[in-house]
Design a protein around this ligand. Structure first.
Ligand code: GLN
Length: 275
């Protein structure tokens, strides 16, 4: 939990100072809404609810069945603008396309702001700072990123973790979901999973015998932003105003702390790691 706290604190204190990031299943068409519907208008957020503690299915569900830091932030953004938040849950890889197609108005998915993604969409001001870390078995001899060179590495497809491992020049296997990568590790089918810090903390807390190894020299700081379709400055301004307010009045800090300490076990009793 220590790392999470540190990263969150870092993110919340320094998030305004933008340092540019380095390395950076079937689609559910159902849309779930929550918020102040009386004022009219809906902001449909695309997400991939496979990324605890930012978005997952279960818990108390702040927007329909969807819960997590991002879901709470999305709901507040809608409320700040007298609108209702709706969630369209889909694969991570489909999110930016869905934005370009007009299927969703915005994407909130623990998404790291990268130069490559900025070519396709516009990003809000950053709202959270993270980094890639390595999850290994407790008895692993991996102590730094270069120790992965001759190991079996697993990442989630399309995440910045994949880009980082590619940049390091190591071979790896990519899976569709974070929960699948953890199963591989738990079952001894790989040696290390490279994934975002706060999500790694959740997985390690929920699964016995795992630990996190950090290597800030190998993995640069990343910042999460909300994406909108290129040129949608009206919505981007609304989102930015709301995020800036929530950063300065401590709302995002409080939301993050709540979820980082919370249990993300699903309603059906299965842990988020075994879904
Ligand atoms: N931050 C990572 C990325 O942007 C992972 C995001 C996610 O899985 N939701 O690629």
């Amino acid at each position: 939990m220590k790392l999470v706290k540190k990263m969150a604190a870092l993110g919340l204190a320094a998030v305004m100072a933008l340092s540019l990031v380095a390395c950076g299943s079937s689609q559910k068409e159902e849309t779930t809404e929550a918020g102040n519907s009386s004022a009219g208008g809906t902001i449909t957020f695309g997400t991939n609810a496979e990324f605890p503690p930012f978005e997952y299915v279960g818990g108390s569900g702040v927007i329909g069945e969807f819960d997590g830091i991002d879901m709470a932030i999305a709901k507040k953004i809608a409320e700040d603008n007298g609108k209702t938040a709706a969630i369209n849950n889909m694969e991570f890889d489909s999110l930016l396309l869905a934005l370009q197609n007009g299927q969703v108005d915005a994407v909130i998915a623990g998404m790291t702001i990268t130069d490559e993604r900025k070519e396709a969409v516009d990003f809000s001001v950053p709202y959270y700072k993270a980094t890639q870390v390595m999850i290994v078995k407790e008895d692993s001899d991996i102590q730094k990123a270069s120790d992965m060179a001759d190991k079996k590495i697993v990442v989630v497809q399309g995440y910045t973790g994949e880009t980082c491992v590619q940049d390091l020049g190591y071979k790896y296997e990519a899976f569709k979901k974070g929960s699948e990568t953890i199963l591989e590790l738990m079952n001894g089918k790989c040696d290390v999973v490279v994934i975002d810090s706060a999500t790694a903390e959740k997985y390690v807390a929920d699964n016995e015998g795992l630990k996190i190894v950090e290597d800030p020299d190998a993995f640069a700081a990343e910042e999460y932003g909300i994406a909108v379709k290129k040129g949608n400055t009206e919505l981007l301004n609304q989102i930015n105003e709301s995020i800036n307010k929530m950063l300065s009045d401590g709302t995002i800090s409080t939301i993050s702390a709540d979820y980082l300490d919370a249990d993300t076990t699903s309603d059906d009793g299965s842990s988020t790691d075994a879904e």
